[in-house]
Design a protein around this ligand. Structure first.
Ligand code: KG4
Ligand code: ZN
Length: 349
């Protein structure tokens, strides 16, 4: 194991400052500082607040990761960092820190894709992936189905949300029914006492016509509006809003459409492995339904533990390790962060 290079990974694309250390597919450290508490009163991530928090957290988080792995900076063989996509100001903090470290240590620097990093994280859980895989990425910032042919070089975007991300929908619907941010865990808790079949909310982009044009795409804004209408109608009638049933019906609609399309993508592309990642992958109903439907379809489901599902530096180090193993050339020191880096670009050249 120790003959594999030690890769330092830095992640600052949203509201988590993550620093991870990895050798090959072995996880050595995963230190994360989240600014989520600072965004609660705004009901969502405020980019300037996130950038400032990254600045304050980056050095302490780096030190925590080094201590956790029992290594020092001079042991690091290469530095990997999220180049994008993400919040522009937030990305800049991580990219600047990574450049400073690479120059100071005289080590190669790799600017890598955040989305592909989420998939690479799985290797830290269950060992090397046997590509190709279909990845269902669901978080507050993204909802995508990716086809990954080769984690170090090739990813294809099969589908994505046309409006809100799945986690964003959880957060907005939570607000509509009086639950706090982040909405996901609070909706899941409320849904536990509800009947998922009591209210049937719409499944976006699943009609025959929509499937022709948006086969693997998602839309959650109609679902959000349907919940808003339902709540309004109950309130106008002077009836109490059945929060548990609304939460359960909404959660069911999201889980149903996500899993249905991801399984369809596997079947139609002839892929036998699915990776489920992103913060929303913490949702118990989504996990159960994915497992159930993958089992029926004969698809192997791979899923990292929750701390590797949400944004973190270890996933970036894992992708960096795959890129280094391939002997791919490092990124130039003047590479810019790119808030809309396409998923097809695994490594910034
Ligand atoms: O991956 P993540 O930590 O950050 C982003 O890249 O966005 O995902 C955060 C999102 C939030 O929208 C949160 O509501 C959602 O993940 N989330 C959940 C659950 N836990 C977190 N959504 C549904 N059910 C959960 N248990
Ligand atoms: Zn993410």
């Amino acid at each position: 194991m120790s003959d594999q290079p030690l890769i330092l990974g830095i992640e600052t694309s949203c509201d988590e400052t993550g620093v991870g250390l990895v050798r090959g597919t072995t996880l050595l450290a995963n230190a994360v500082a989240s600014s989520v508490d600072e965004h609660v009163r705004f009901g969502g991530v405020v980019p300037e607040v996130a950038s400032r928090a990254h600045l304050e957290a980056i050095v302490p988080t780096l030190n925590r990761a080094l201590a956790e792995a029992g290594v020092s900076l001079s042991d690091v063989d290469a530095v990997a960092v999220t180049a994008g996509p993400g919040l522009a100001g937030a990305l800049m903090v991580g990219v600047s820190a990574a450049k400073a470290l690479a120059v100071a240590l005289d080590r190669p620097l790799y600017g890598v894709n955040h989305l592909v990093g989420h998939v690479a994280a799985e290797q830290l859980e269950n060992g090397p992936l046997t590509e190709p895989v279909v990845a269902l990425l669901v978080s507050g910032g993204h909802t995508e189905i990716l086809l990954v042919e080769d984690i170090a070089t090739s990813a294809e975007l099969l589908g994505q949300t046309l409006d809100d991300a799945a986690g964003e929908a959880f957060d907005k619907v939570a607000r509509l029914i009086g639950l706090k941010y982040p909405g996901g865990p609070n909706i899941q808790r409320a849904a536990a006492d509800g009947d998922p079949a009591a209210i049937r909310f719409p499944r976006g982009l699943t009609s025959q016509r929509d499937l022709e044009r948006h086969r693997y795409d998602f839309s959650f804004s109609g679902l959000k509006t349907a919940v808003a209408r339902w709540v309004e109608t109950a309130e106008r009638a002077g009836e109490p809003v059945p929060v548990a049933d609304v939460a359960a019906g909404f959660q069911e609609a999201v889980a149903d459409v996500l899993t249905r399309k991801a399984v369809l993508a596997c079947q139609e592309r002839g892929i036998s492995t699915m990776v489920l990642a992103g913060g929303v992958a913490a949702n118990a109903r989504l996990r159960d339904l994915t497992r159930e439907r993958c089992a029926v379809a004969g698809i192997e489901l791979r899923q990292p533990r929750f701390s590797l599902c949400t944004d973190n530096g270890a996933m970036i180090a894992a992708l960096g390790a795959a890129v280094v193993e391939r002997g791919l050339p490092p990124s130039p020191l003047d590479f810019p962060s790119d808030s809309s880096l396409p998923v097809t670009q695994v490594l910034v050249g």
